[in-house]
Design a protein around this ligand. Structure first.
Ligand SMILES: Nc1nc2c(ncn2[C@@H]2O[C@H](COP(=O)(O)OP(=O)(O)OP(=O)(O)O)[C@@H](O)[C@H]2O)c(=O)[nH]1
Ligand SMILES: [Mg+2]
Length: 464
């Protein structure tokens, strides 16, 4: 079975708690604070690996968790950092956020196109700081430490797209599988009924010093873009194929179709599936030249390809875009014309690779962009008045701070209030109408609101 899309849940390791401890030695009755920091939790990292060809490993196991950091200890001993969890995925894996509740995919996280490329999909939590960090001129003996930060977690969607340089596209029974068999060592099933090919076949073709990967996808029919036939599932595989090799059956096959209208149907299906596919560079092939009586259709098609290539060159962005005004006439049965076609594909693929390399040099780092957006989104929060002087505050970072606070400890709570203020929660509460004494709820906790004027002095010394 061909597995190409999975959803997995990833969770970084939680940070270890910071330690609250004081030096105790025989001759020092009550020493200074010496609680060490908690260790950072490990990250969950995806790594593209050229030796993998499917996402099958993620079919049955869906939950992945990195190691947590251990807690800090006395005598300034820091907790150990948790190990990263590295998940290997095939080159060509596209990673997106996925929201389980709404079943929607979100932001693009990464497009792993090179062997060894990595992206962090769930960051481990930072370790909590030990009480040695909270000493100030007025607080010599801070009796609190931070708890570890909970790690990031969430669902992501992994999708593997076929990494072929060129894809053979056309109506069922056009001879795509026969052609890939002639061009490469691939040995797909070939038969005289439509939809023989159910999953894409890949082959490596060589022409002189050049080689390229060619894919043979299941036949497309009219309406494929909206799910008719089998093609739709596979159209997305060619979204990233640089070159389309459009195979037209000169015989019109069993239905006695007109080759020229077949050519138009496929062009239309590609364009309707995605705008980018409308203008994707393509080479047009007329197959089955060995069959008698196909010459006239072949000439008509050749003329049409020439016209389309002129229109595309003139900048008609929705014109089907043969990059080559030439119609390649072949017989996948006898092999006639196949070498010439291979040479043309190899040349074009090579050109497109060069162009892609140049584009990649200036490419944005998806991972970083996503990290940044997520960090920004994490900081957002909202205040909802629940009536009767009660307000609820929700938001990823605000909630994380609350979870990280040791509620048994008043100083830790004061420190939390200080952090909330810095994030702007206090101001937002005031804007929402909160007054001293109102109840503020964040995750499972409730506390009393104290306005800036009264709390400022109390927190100033905590400024770190
Ligand atoms: N005479 C002749 N027959 C061909 C040629 N190429 C393919 N065929 C025949 O056409 C039929 C379909 O060929 P396939 O290669 O399976 O076609 P396909 O495009 O892969 O079809 P699907 O996988 O169903 O989309 C088979 O019976 C082939 O033997 C050719 O150049 N000449
Ligand atoms: Mg086939």
């Amino acid at each position: 079975m061909f597995i190409d899309k999975v959803r997995i849940h990833v969770k970084g390791g939680d940070g270890g708690a910071g330690c609250m401890s004081f030096r105790r030695e025989a001759h020092v009755p009550k020493g200074g604070p010496d609680g060490g920091d908690g260790g950072h939790g490990g990250n969950v990292v995806l790594e593209a690996d050229a030796s993998l060809s499917s996402l099958i490993e993620y079919r049955f196991k869906h939950h992945f968790k990195a190691e947590r950091g251990t807690h800090g200890k006395g005598s300034r001993m820091h907790g150990a950092t948790g190990e990263d969890l590295v998940l290997k995925v095939p080159v060509g894996t596209v990673v997106r956020e996925y929201f389980e509740d709404t079943r929607e995919t979100g932001e693009l996280i990464a497009d792993l196109t090179h062997d060894g490329e990595r992206v962090v999909v769930a960051e481990g939590g930072t370790g909590g700081r030990g009480n040695i960090h909270f000493v100030t001129s007025t607080r010599r003996a801070p009796a609190f430490a931070e708890l570890g930060e909970p790690a990031q977690e969430g669902w992501i969607e992994l999708e593997m797209k076929l990494m072929a340089d060129a894809a053979l596209v056309g109506m069922p029974s056009a001879g795509k599988s026969s052609l890939i068999a002639k061009m490469s060592a691939a040995r797909p099933k070939i038969a005289d009924y439509p939809f023989t090919t159910l999953v894409p076949n890949l082959g490596v073709a060589r022409s002189g010093d050049l080689s390229f990967v060619v894919a043979d996808i299941p036949g497309l029919i009219e309406g494929a873009h909206e799910g008719r036939g089998l093609g739709h599932e596979f159209l997305r595989h060619i979204e990233r194929t640089a070159l389309i090799v459009h195979v037209v059956d000169l015989t019109g096959d069993w239905e006695g179709r007109d080759p020229l209208s077949d050519y138009e149907i496929i062009n239309r299906e590609l364009a309707l599936y995605a705008d980018e596919l409308a203008a994707r560079p393509r080479i047009v092939v007329a197959n089955k030249t060995d069959v008698a009586g196909t010459e006239e259709a072949c000439e008509r098609l050749a003329k049409r390809v020439r016209e389309d290539s002129v229109a595309a060159a003139d900048g008609d962005e929705f014109a089907p875009s043969p990059v080559d005004p030439k119609l390649y006439r072949v017989s996948a049965l006898t092999g006639e014309g196949v070498d010439g076609l291979k040479a043309a594909i190899a040349r074009k693929v090579n050109e497109l690779r060069e162009a892609a390399r140049e584009a990649a040099a200036t490419e944005v780092q998806y991972g970083q962009v996503w990290e940044h957006r997520r960090a920004e989104r994490d900081k957002r929060f909202s205040v909802t008045p629940l009536g009767g002087g009660v307000f609820r505050v929700t938001g990823p970072q605000v909630e994380r701070m609350v979870v990280q606070t040791d509620w048994e400890n008043e100083e830790a709570i004061a420190f939390l209030q200080h952090r909330l203020k810095r994030l702007g929660v206090e101001a937002a509460l005031e804007r929402a109408g909160a007054v001293d004494g109102d109840e503020i709820r964040i995750v499972g906790r409730a506390f009393e609101f104290e306005s800036a004027r009264t709390s400022e002095d109390a927190f100033r010394e905590l400024d770190l």
